[in-house]
Structure formats: structure tokens, C-alpha cells
Design a protein around this ligand. Structure first.
Ligand code: NDP
Length: 293
């Protein structure tokens, strides 16, 4: 039986994800700023809903892609009595484990399933429909979640119970943050010594220090001085904070990730809420008095 899907949160990554869902399922969307929903409706077959509760009433599965678990909980509670037994919420937000367990408990009381399903692969992966999706939850909800995320997923891994996918996503992004900071510092020093950014990356990317940051982000965004805005630094700072909390909760040392949290929180303060995550390297360049080229 074909399911009807509701998609809430048409931001930088949510909009292309919803576009893929709309190709496979009858899809209803809601976005706080209606213009974004109208933008999607121009290129995809979607119905625009007036509010989250009306959307929930008319679908089998709701997908959310919001900044944090706080906004997800607000939406879940605003739908309130409009949830129906047997429905499922698939939360693609990079949320926090405690927030996902709270939402899951609220929904379970109403007979509604919850799966945390954060994504990795950036806006380009979302456009291409090749995102890596990690799933936290139990069967039979996991099986149903797999069906509805398939249109935008390249790789799907069920990692454990509710909240574990959000923990894993936060750890992945903490590693991303550390890589941005470390690669920015390393390259700034090398450029000051007269090594071009291009030559340095040619060696690093054929050696053990390479990462997605050195292989893709720096060549495409820093060396070109393009600095596109696809993933807000504020959201990465939020993710590193979630990772730090998971480390604290599990009694694991947090020296490296603790430094990344301090650096990204400062970058967020200086660069503002709209800056891209890679723009942290601009701050390193400024302090070092050099441009990585
Ligand atoms: P954006 O900031 O681009 O979009 C946020 C979305 O949430 C918008 O649709 C916004 O609506 C909506 N929103 C914000 N606050 C509220 C609220 N109080 N009530 C209702 N709706 C709200 O974020 P992204 O799309 O980049 O990210 C979404 C999630 O995906 C985040 O958790 C992020 O960490 C994660 N992510 C992002 C990636 C990326 O490359 N961008 C990569 C992987 C994960 P409005 O249009 O009205 O502002």
C-alpha cells in the first residue's frame, strides 16, 4: 500500500530531500516560511499544508528536518491530539539523543512510532539523492522508515535503539569540526612557509592526513575563495555540543572534542548565525594573517 508522506522543514537540506520524496510518494509539505514551500511546489508535485496539525491529519508518515530537537518537540506537541495510532515520525534533524527519547515517549503514548534518521552527505548529497542515513529505533518502525527515506538515501544503516543515530551523527560532525580546524591551521602555517595550498593538498590527499575536508571542502570552497553557504556553522556548533554531552553522559574523555566546541562556539559568535561551517577557516586565516590559496 502506498503511503502518504508529510515533510516538515524545507531548509537548505530539507528542501532537496522533500523533492525526492515527492517523486516517490504522494507528499504534503509544511514550512514556517511559506515561500520555501512555494519554491518547492514550482519544481515538485507537493501539496502545501497550512499547519503541522493539518498536515499530520492527512498523512501516514511525517518526516521532520529542523535545526534541533527543540523545534521537533515543539512541532510534535503542536500536532498533539491530531496524531493517529499507527502513524510514524521519521526525524531527519541532527537532533540530540535525550530529545529523541522524549519525542519517542510522547508519541508512544499515542501509538505513534519514532525513528531518528539524521543524514550525512551535505546539500550536494541531498540534491543527488545519495545521502547516508543512520536509523535509531525498533521494528516494525525501522522497516517503514527505510521505505520513506529510500528516495533520498544512498546508504542506510540501522545503528541501534532510539537516540543512537542522533549520537552517531553528532560524533561524525564532531570529527568534521576537528578536521576543519586542524586542516585550516596546518595549511595556514604551510602557506606562510611558501608552500601553495594546492601543493600541500596534493601531498596530504595522497597521505595519511587526508579527510573529506582536505579532499573536497578546502579545494572547492577555500582555494577557490568561493565560500558557499550550504551548512550553517551554527548547526555544526550545535552538533559538537551534542557530541560533548554524549561523551559526558558516557564518562568518556572529551579533550579533543572539547577544544572543537570552544573554537566553533567562538567562531559562531564572531561570524554569526548564517556563516557556513567552512568559514571557520577564515577566522584562522585572519589570526594567522594569511590566505590559504
Ligand atoms: P536550515 O537552517 O537551512 O533550515 C532550517 C529549517 O527549519 C527551515 O525550514 C526553517 O524554516 C525551519 N525552522 C527553524 N526554526 C523553526 C521553528 N521554530 N519552527 C518551525 N520550523 C523551523 O537548516 P538545514 O536544512 O541546513 O538543516 C536542517 C537539519 O539538518 C539540521 O539539524 C542540520 O544540522 C541537519 N543537516 C544539515 C546539513 C546541511 O548540509 N545543510 C547536512 C546534514 C545535516 P524557515 O524556512 O521558516 O526558516
Amino acid at each position: 500500500m502506498s503511503q502518504r508522506i508529510g515533510f516538515i522543514g524545507l531548509g537548505a537540506i530539507g528542501l532537496p530531500m522533500a523533492g525526492h520524496v515527492a517523486k516517490a510518494f504522494d507528499t504534503v509539505v509544511w514550512n514556517r516560511t511559506r515561500a520555501r514551500a512555494e519554491e518547492l511546489a514550482q519544481r515538485a508535485r507537493v501539496t502545501i499544508s497550512d499547519d503541522p496539525a493539518a498536515l499530520a491529519k492527512s498523512v501516514d508518515v511525517v518526516i521532520t528536518c529542523l535545526p534541533t530537537s527543540v523545534e521537533v518537540q515543539e512541532i510534535v506537541e503542536s500536532i498533539g491530539g491530531s496524531w493517529r495510532k499507527g502513524q510514524l515520525l521519521v526525524d531527519c534533524t541532527s537532533g540530540d539523543p535525550a530529545g529523541s527519547r522524549r519525542a519517542a515517549a510522547y508519541l508512544e503514548e499515542r501509538g505513534v512510532g519514532f525513528v531518528d534518521a539524521p543524514v550525512s552527505g551535505g546539500t550536494s548529497g541531498a540534491e543527488a539523492g545519495t545521502l547516508t542515513v543512520m536509523l535509531g529505533g525498533e521494528e516494525p518502525w525501522i522497516g517503514r522508515a527505510r521505505e520513506v527515506i529510500a528516495p533520498f538515501a544512498g546508504k542506510v544503516v540501522h545503528v541501534g535503539p532510539v537516540g543512537t543515530a542522533h549520537a552517531l551523527k553528532a560524533m561524525n560532525n564532531a570529527l568534521l569540526a576537528i578536521n576543519i580546524q586542524a586542516a585550516g591551521e596546518a595549511l595556514a602555517a604551510l602557506v606562510k612557509l611558501g608552500v601553495s595550498g594546492k601543493a600541500a593538498l596534493e601531498v596530504i590527499n595522497a597521505s595519511s592526513g587526508r579527510s573529506n575536508v582536505t579532499e573536497n571542502l578546502i579545494p572547492e570552497r577555500v582555494l577557490t575563495r568561493g565560500w558557499p553557504r550550504t551548512f550553517r556553522l551554527a548547526l555544526l556548533d550545535k552538533d559538537v555540543g551534542i557530541a560533548l554531552k554524549v561523551l559526558e553522559d558516557t564518562g568518556v574523555p572529551s579533550d579533543a572534542i572539547g577544544v572543537a566546541k570552544r573554537v566553533f562556539a567562538q567562531g559562531r559568535k564572531t561570524l554569526g548565525e548564517e556563516a557556513d561551517h567552512v568559514e571557520l577557516i577564515k577566522e584562522i586565516e585572519k589570526t594567522a594573517g594569511v590566505e590559504i590559496r
